[in-house]
Ligand binder design. Sequence first.
Ligand SMILES: Nc1ncnc2c1ncn2[C@@H]1O[C@H](COP(=O)(O)OP(=O)(O)O)[C@@H](O)[C@H]1O
Ligand SMILES: [Mg+2]
Length: 382
Amino acid sequence: MAKKKPEGYLSAKESRRISRENRKITNAYEKQRKRKNVPESEYLTTMRDPANSVEFDNLHTYFFTDAGTVKAVDGVSFDVPIGKTVGVVGESGCGKSVTSLSLMQLLQRPQGQVVEGQIRLNLGNKAYDVTKAPNEVLQKLRGNYVSMIFQEPMTALNPVFRIGEQINEVIELHDGEGNNEADIKARTIELLKMVGIANAEGVYQMFPHELSGGMRQRVVIAMALACNPKVIIADEPTTALDVTIQAQILDLLRQLKDRINSSIMFITHDLGVIAEMADYVVVMYAGRIVEKGTAEDIFYHPAHPYTIGLMASKPVVGKKIDKLYSIPGKVPNPINMPDYCYFKDRCEMCVERCDGAYPEMVSLSETHQVSCYRYSDRKERE
Ligand SMILES: Nc1ncnc2c1ncn2[C@@H]1O[C@H](COP(=O)(O)OP(=O)(O)O)[C@@H](O)[C@H]1O
Ligand SMILES: [Mg+2]
């Protein structure tokens, strides 16, 4: 009698077949992307609302791996308004980083591909769909229009170059010609001062290892701001720092936002950070958005059982409890997603209809939307 294979087991033959198929799919995408002289009309688009700097519209980003297709982002739509901060929350692995890497078009190639949807980037006088833009164009958009502050400042900086040289290089690469050395240095010093480094001239000459973690993160932020980007993605920018430094960096980002009038897409698994930073909040679960709204909607009127669970599992200063709430169960396997609500197996508030197909987004107010059957019921009865 054949031994029972563990769940998710693939035979060598099956795995070879999958990787052959994957190669066919990803080669087609890569060929499309590597074309030269693509006419602008192919990636030119119009914003649905010119007050947005980015619009994610039904974004699907998949990874074609040898174990199967990982639907890391599976139909995500939200807007980042000009000058506002949008917080993206959700537990580890829910697709937050993949969403932001799709905007930067820095997904791991060739397996990571945007297979459906648009990401519209507002360039002021026109708009581009970055998912269709060729590499040459993307290179100009990165830094000048969108830039990213990474989680781990030590890995984002090159250990063998001085801080000043690294920031100078960013300015040289993106600001184009006509800049002389003295101008560039002056701009770098100005940036270092802007991110709160008092001894800017001294730090200019230092190597990354001579700085503390908080100082390094300030330098990384200075690099991200070097070319006045319209959109800044901050992917867990404070997770690697201790709490007092965390608070300083958050203060800094808040001040900078007002000064430069850019939009910030703030990614974190920490609700406390979101409460301090965000104007709008998007809650992700297993590659989809389960709830979105203004920060007030989400914090004072959480509607999705997952958001309610997240709120309940957040420690509150001054409130004494024996044990902090934790949401039972775990996230479903991203290769084999169920065809009903992804949260159903962990949900403590299920209704009968939850056995049905994945629930659609329901509007609770002009700003507040949720994907849950508990509300679609209510809406129909009205
Ligand atoms: N390069 C990759 N290859 C395969 N799967 C990936 C890759 N990068 C991310 N994933 C998968 O995509 C999903 C979302 O990941 P990610 O966006 O990094 O989560 P997080 O919300 O923690 O930032 C996860 O299930 C992860 O395993
Ligand atoms: Mg991440």
